[in-house]
Design a protein around this ligand. Structure first.
Ligand code: NAI
Length: 332
């Protein structure tokens, strides 16, 4: 089978060559578009990423295409209806990093609770004083999880290891899950009122725009901590800055900021096509960076070796399901 990969990185190419011996493989760093489709017109499988534009015109150029395999969760870049009409299967990578993002969530929380950045900076300067470095325990604290999906559930598992109490709010609560994992659901206002730490793991939609705003932040406990590794615009930045300035919130740990709107999907950040200066400008000027009880990371929660490897392994599984005519749960 001729298999073409677009927007591919060198490390991915080396791995795929080892795993797909016996097939004719084509690798292109460029995205697939009307300009580049000529390079792979007779491919049986094409693997793409989010800067590829798979329009009806592009699809019409292929002569033997059986499947489009995208190395992303989202598939906005693919005309799925046209694929259906042409009997071209479309497969994606639904999940790859729930533990990865949950681990980063706790890295942020522990950095804040134990003042790791301040401690690190000081000792590097030869200052071993403990003044101002007293932190707080996680044990016995209540963690409010907003969005009990893949990542939220993993956060709850880790929280159990710290002997924390878990309260959750989800638009679609799953009572069996709550029983099995021994946590309680509550309305959003109650989760906000009762939690010492609130962590966001719901998607960004019209419904969740500024989920945390002046009114809802005011419901949070005085001195509570907010962690956001989901999407920046879940939080109204002005309201957060205001609550931190007044001491209503005790701190915030953020992997995402409101102004990052052009980011659809994490792996996009690693692509050579992503305009890197955007995040840099945003971070350099951001007012939240001036608070010493705020930690900001540059949308890095997904970025572990294992998570990126899982994207490639699921892509290989998807390709093999097409090659061996096996049904796949990842087919749209
Ligand atoms: P998921 O789809 O498994 O879980 C989302 C949960 O949120 C579901 O249980 C859903 O019922 C719930 N939900 C939906 N609408 C809601 C609402 N209005 N209020 C409360 N809960 C609501 O998604 P997953 O994989 O757990 O990811 C969560 C989010 O994390 C993603 O949407 C994405 O924005 C973010 N993310 C961030 C990464 C990073 O690197 N910082 C990496 C990957 C995901």
């Amino acid at each position: 089978m001729k298999i073409a990969f677009f927007e591919i990185e060198d490390w991915e190419q080396t791995y795929l060559q080892q795993k797909l011996k016996g097939h004719k493989l084509l690798f292109f760093k460029d995205a697939l578009s009307e300009k580049t489709v000529n390079l792979a017109k007779d491919a049986g499988i094409v693997s793409v990423f989010i800067y590829c534009k798979i329009t009806d015109n592009v699809l019409s150029e292929f002569t033997h295409l059986q499947a489009l395999v995208t190395r992303s969760t989202g598939y906005d870049h693919i005309d799925v209806a046209s694929c259906k009409k042409r009997k071209i299967a479309v497969l994606n990578v639904p999940t790859y990093g729930e533990n990865t993002v949950a681990e980063h969530t706790f890295s942020l929380l522990l950095s804040l609770s134990r003042k790791i950045p301040q401690s690190y900076e000081r000792t590097r300067m030869g200052n071993f004083s403990l003044e101002g470095l007293r932190g707080f325990d996680l044990q016995g604290k209540t963690l409010g999880i907003i969005g009990m999906g893949h990542i939220g559930q993993h956060v709850a598992r880790i929280a159990r290891g710290f002997a924390m109490h878990v309260l959750a709010y989800d638009k679609y609560p799953d009572r069996n899950l709550a029983k099995k994992m021994r946590f309680a659901y509550a309305p959003l206002s109650k989760v906000l009122q009762q939690s010492d730490i609130v962590t966001l793991h719901c998607p960004y939609t019209k419904d969740t725009h500024h989920l945390l705003n002046r009114k809802t932040i005011a419901q949070m406990k005085r001195g509570a901590i907010l962690v956001n590794t989901a999407r920046g615009a879940l939080v109204e930045t002005n309201a957060l800055v205001n609550a931190l300035s007044r001491g209503h919130l005790g701190g915030a740990a953020l992997d995402v900021l409101e102004q990052e709107s052009l980011i659809k999907e994490e792996a996009q950040l690693l692509s050579k096509n992503f305009p890197k200066e955007h995040l840099q400008n945003l971070l350099e000027n951001h007012i939240l960076l001036t608070f010493n009880n705020v930690i900001v990371t540059p949308h890095n929660a997904f970025n572990s070796t294992e998570a990126l490897q899982r994207i490639l392994d699921t892509t290989l599984e998807n390709i093999n399901s097409v090659l061996f005519h096996k049904p796949s749960k990842n087919q749209l």
